[in-house]
Structures are given as structure tokens and as C-alpha cells.
Ligand binder design. Sequence first.
Ligand code: C5P
Length: 201
Amino acid sequence: MKFTVAIDGPAAAGKGTISRAVAAHFGFAHLDTGLLYRAVGARVLDGLDPVAAARSLTAGDLDRPDLRRPDVAQAASRVAAIPEVRAALVAFQRSFAARAGGAVLDGRDIGTVICPDAAVKLFVTASDLVRADRRYRELVEAGVETCLDEVLAEMRERDARDSARAAAPLKPAPDAVVLDTSELTIGQAVTAALAEIERRR
Ligand code: C5P
């Protein structure tokens, strides 16, 4: 049976953690759609044209170890504003969403553009400072040298670009449930997400 969960929101709001937990709990497949844009961004940093990079993306491009780097995140956000780049990635995301066993996709436009008919739409958010602090800790753990101010500035720039663009901007779908994780532990955020999905199953 097709059952799609759309999880959108700004950078470091907890989408990835919640999506993985939801997928594991219900046995759904999970697609982190940010990786698609990061892979295109990484190829552009290598010198490729953005549209050509998006049209010729392969599974191997998604395995590159450099996709989590802050400069790749910025490059991803820049290519993500190009309508032809977004268009080249739609079919893959929709066919993933239609998987028989159920699927959870996280990103920026899943509930608004990719899967407007998703069974459940969550918009996961948190305050700027909480999100920057979480991302800072992740980066330090991954061995990236940075500081909190830099992470906060980078995140604000990316969120502003993602929200202001004309093509599939970052915003909650009208029928999305907004989950603010600022004051929640990971466990509480996951429990809240599972409860929303359970109500619609
Ligand atoms: O989620 P993540 O931080 O990995 O996404 C990287 C960038 O990819 C975002 O800042 C955004 O510009 C873009 N993106 C998007 N639409 C999606 C997922 C990611 O535009 N569905």
C-alpha cells in the first residue's frame, strides 16, 4: 500500500532524525532529498553546469563523503533555486514516494510540490539558535572546524535563500502539522511525529 509521509522544514530542525526514526518504526523507506541537492552542489563545485549535473545525477553521487560540508550546503541552496535543477529531480522523488511499503521523504518542498497528496505532512521547525547549536555540535563531531557564529550566519543565509526563492520555496503546506522542536528532546519530537502519523494510518 502506498503511504507517503512528507517532512519539511528549515536546516537542522530535526527533520533527518525524525524521518529516520519514523522510517525505522513503520518499516518505510526513507529519502533525504537534501542529499540530491547537495550532490548537485558538489558537482557544481567540481566545475559542472548545475542543470547538466542534476540531469546526470547517479546513485554514486549520493555516496560522496563531502556532502555534509558547509560549502556544499551553500552550493546546494544556490542550485536549488534553479527551476530546471528542481525539475530534473522530481520524477525520482515521486517514484520513491510511491513505493509499495510506504515512504518518508524529508526536504523543503515535499508537502507543497513533490507529494501534495501525502498522507501525512509535518513541518518541523525550531528557533534559529537551537538549530545552529545542534548543527554546530554535529559538525564538530564530524571533525569540521567551525564556530557557532559562523554556523548561525551560514544557516540564516541558507534559510533566507530557500524561503525567498520563486521555485518551490521553503514554507509549510496549508495542511501540514507544524512541530516546533525548540523545547523538545529528540525522544519527545519523535514521539510527537509518530503520534501524528499513527492518527492518519
Ligand atoms: O536538507 P539539507 O540541508 O541537506 O538541504 C540542502 C539544501 O538543499 C537546502 O538548503 C535547500 O536549498 C535544498 N533543498 C531543497 N529542496 C529539498 C531539499 C533540499 O531546495 N526538498
